[in-house]
Design a protein around this ligand. Structure first.
Ligand code: ATP
Ligand code: MG
Length: 225
């Protein structure tokens, strides 16, 4: 089986003053290359926490995450950052574009972390421009994020997530801040691009219709899937 991620008995607790909040209580999960997986659950169930752990952004309290067989949290921070930068694209509910940069620069930015990037400025600009055109923002390259609508900002964030040709896209409520029509628009781009580029997708959502578009749907409840 071609497993991109294997999570084994993941636990994540937070200290709350003297108390301890056990958010994830033994989550095991395999994500297969090329699949689309939706994770739903009540607010506060730990969906974002789990997604961050799967993406190498937050160390679990216990348990392990293997990324293509490699223990994600046993390797050095540099190695983990390199896997994140080169293999994984993130889309969050709040678009997290940098306000001082143009839309084009925001999308291009992850490319600067690639080996040899300083020799490839022109190529990176071209890729960023193509991705922005693909999400319908060809006329917005020099705008600042604040000059875009919410849906446009999220489409730019999607382009940014794809900049380094990731194999895995992790999306956390990507339409949570958008009205339903605009959200549908963003989702259409997202699912089309996942199919076109043969990406693996893990998407956290409250929306059952979004979950139904994925090949597999898991529910996080009481700290377990
Ligand atoms: N850094 C932290 N410190 C303390 N508690 C945290 C931290 N991060 C998350 N939590 C708590 O863990 C629980 C799960 O949070 P998480 O953000 O993963 O939920 P969620 O399922 O994504 O919810 P939502 O659907 O509202 O986004 C919440 O009760 C939250 O308060
Ligand atoms: Mg969340």
């Amino acid at each position: 089986m071609n497993e991109l991620i294997q999570a084994r008995d993941i636990r994540r607790s937070f200290a709350l003053g003297a108390r301890q909040l056990d958010v994830l209580r033994g989550v095991s999960l395999a994500v297969h290359a090329g699949e689309t997986l939706a994770i739903t659950g009540l607010s506060g169930a730990g969906k974002s926490t789990l997604l961050h752990i799967l993406g190498g952004l937050d160390r679990p309290t216990a348990g392990e995450v293997l990324y293509r067989g490699r223990d994600f949290y046993a390797c050095r921070e540099r190695a983990r950052a390199a896997i994140r930068a080169q293999k994984i694209g993130f889309v969050f509910q709040a678009y997290h574009l940098l306000p001082e940069l143009s839309v084009l620069e925001n999308v291009l930015l992850p490319g600067l972390s690639l080996p040899g990037a300083f020799l490839q400025g022109r190529k990176l600009r071209q890729r960023a421009g193509e991705l922005l055109a693909r999400v319908g923002l060809a006329e917005r390259l020099e705008h600042r994020p604040s000059e875009l609508s919410g849906g446009e900002q999220q489409r730019a964030a999607l382009a940014r997530a794809l900049m380094n040709h990731p194999e895995l896209l992790l999306a956390d409520e990507p339409t949570g801040n958008l009205d339903s029509q605009t959200g549908e628009d963003v989702l259409r781009y997202l699912f089309d691009l996942v199919r076109e580029q043969n990406l693996t997708l893990v998407i956290v959502t409250h929306n059952e219709a979004v979950a139904a578009r994925c090949a597999r749907h898991l529910v996080l409840r009481d700290g377990q899937l």
